[in-house]
Design a protein around this ligand. Sequence first.
Ligand code: FES
Length: 121
Amino acid sequence: MTTLTICITCRNAETRESKPGEPTGESFLAAIRAATEGRPFRVRSVACLMGCDHGCNMAISAEGKLTYVLGRFDGTAEDAAALSDYAALYHESETGRVPFRQWPQGVKGHFIARVPPLDAE
Ligand code: FES
């Protein structure tokens, strides 16, 4: 199961200082849910991934695969569409590694961390 974990307390660069209204992460979660509808992903929310300075942040993971943390998103529908397309490639990959040439343009420059499978040797 491929899981997309979205930080709902994140604010994007534009709203981080002024903090108007709800956190950007709330609408980012809704955009990702809409963009991934019908795809075999679990989408869940979390309050803070401890990367607040470069929100909006999210993580993609699956059992036995690399985990990636991505951030610096504005939280738009375009961001969500790029992540959904990237997640489809991740889902198809045996290890979670997706060749750079296949990355959707909208995820380039957004990778924050790569974590090896935590349940492996
Ligand atoms: S509020 Fe999203 S990483 Fe901290």
